[in-house]
Design a protein around this ligand. Structure first.
Ligand code: ADP
Ligand code: VHF
Length: 369
């Protein structure tokens, strides 16, 4: 058990979950759940991004005649999301696996504090062997705060969990050189090393009433993910064992490779913001960060300068005044002022809560010396 620590985000489009019908296809969902169970039991960390709420809502309400408004779609999503999550829950329960529902909007990802909260929740679920099941919070998402399609949402989720791979499962074999629904002679493209204007131009919209975005949103998602160091595959959701085969490296569908210079960019993405303060650290902490490549503990912080929230970017500065790293602290400036110089086990006593033992985790730090 648990030899493989690879983290994979798997996104299921409506087309895959319904198998082209007007309702969720439970027999097909069982085969998906069985594959994820196998991976989960061998230590893979799997995150599900699921579409299908609107389709499930429409089916549950017996295909009502509703005005073509956003409110109608939100009504269907509100009804259907509970059907959708219940279906996943019941199917995973067969294998004694727990799931946790997370409904996100763009606002939850763009705001750093909320980004960190979502990331911590996802991490906690994964650490406890619970499979996160994510969808957009369609029922409350207005035009300004929604991501709008689950392809892009899954790329953002993959960044949140620092995934190794993202699989976009759909009703086609992968990306073709033109829409195969319109051109039966279209050819599958097995590997994309660079998302060029040509690649974008061959990706069309959804071929069905129920899908959102088609290939063009999948290309957008692959672009976001690969720039952040996450390999992305568009693959057929109805192929037997597609998820397990992909996880063990079988070439299926269209693979979008990660350029080597992008491997560190998940951190660059996090650290695009200007710095909001400084943490002045002692010699021991300097050695831990620079030589031992470790996280920064509160014990090594001598002084906290500036006012910042959890997740804003700060400079990590030596006693000699040299900036050696940028990082996103797990605590805000007030909390760090109280716990600086203290041992990690004292954090909860001093603050009355804790967000973990470290002040700035190694994953949230770039050394700049
Ligand atoms: N170049 C292309 N290659 C493959 N599929 C394409 C292409 N351009 C457009 N499509 C359409 O994209 C559809 C898949 O997207 P979508 O309907 O949104 O599915 P999902 O629900 O899986 O997200 C396909 O059924 C196909 O009609
Ligand atoms: N959040 C919506 C799905 C949006 C979406 O992108 O759909 P799809 O193109 O089928 O992945 C729902 O649950 O119905």
């Amino acid at each position: 058990m648990a030899q493989n620590r690879k983290t994979i985000v798997v996104k299921f489009g409506t087309s895959t979950l319904t198998q082209g019908s007007p309702k969720l296809n439970r027999p097909h969902m069982i085969s998906i759940v069985q594959q994820i169970t196998r991976l989960h039991q061998t230590g893979f960390r799997i995150v599900i991004v699921t579409s299908g709420a609107v389709a499930a809502g429409r089916d549950y309400l017996n295909h009502p005649q509703l005005p073509p408004t956003i409110a109608s779609k939100q009504l269907l999503a509100a009804v259907g999301q509970s059907q959708l999550i219940q279906t996943w829950e019941q199917l995973f329960a067969i294998y004694d696996i727990h799931i946790g529902q997370i409904l996100l909007t763009r606002a939850d990802i763009e705001d750093r504090e909320r980004f960190l909260n979502a990331r911590d929740t996802l991490q906690a679920l994964l650490d406890n062997g619970i499979i996160p099941v994510i969808n957009e919070n369609d029922a409350v998402a207005t035009a300004e705060i929604k991501v709008g399609d689950n392809d892009n949402l899954s790329a953002l989720a993959a960044i949140l969990v620092q995934a190794d791979q993202l699989y976009l499962l759909t009703d086609q074999q992968g990306l073709f050189d033109s829409d195969p629904r319109k051109n039966p002679a279209a050819k599958l493209i097995p590997v994309v090393n660079e998302i060029t204007a040509h690649i974008r131009s061959i990706a069309g919209g959804s071929g069905t009433q129920l899908g959102t975005g088609g290939m063009s949103t999948k290309i957008g998602a692959a672009d976001i993910a690969t720039r952040s160091g996450i390999e992305t595959v568009i693959a057929p959701g109805n192929r037997p064992d597609v998820i397990t085969d992909l996880a063990y490296g079988k070439p299926i569908g269209t693979k979008f490779t990660v350029a080597p210079e992008h491997l560190e960019s998940r951190k660059q993405w996090l650290f695009a913001a200007p710095s909001a303060g400084q943490l002045i650290i002692d010699d021991g902490a300097e050695n831990a960060v620079l030589v031992q490549h470790k996280s920064l503990l509160p014990a090594g912080i001598v002084r906290v300068e500036g006012r910042f929230s959890r997740g804003e970017v700060v400079k990590i500065r030596t006693l000699g005044g040299k900036d050696i790293a940028l990082g996103m602290p797990r605590y805000n400036s007030d909390a760090l002022t109280l716990i600086k110089g203290k041992k990690s086990h004292e954090i909860e006593r001093v603050l009355g809560y804790e967000y973990g033992a470290v002040a700035v985790h190694r994953d949230d730090m770039i050394v700049i010396k």
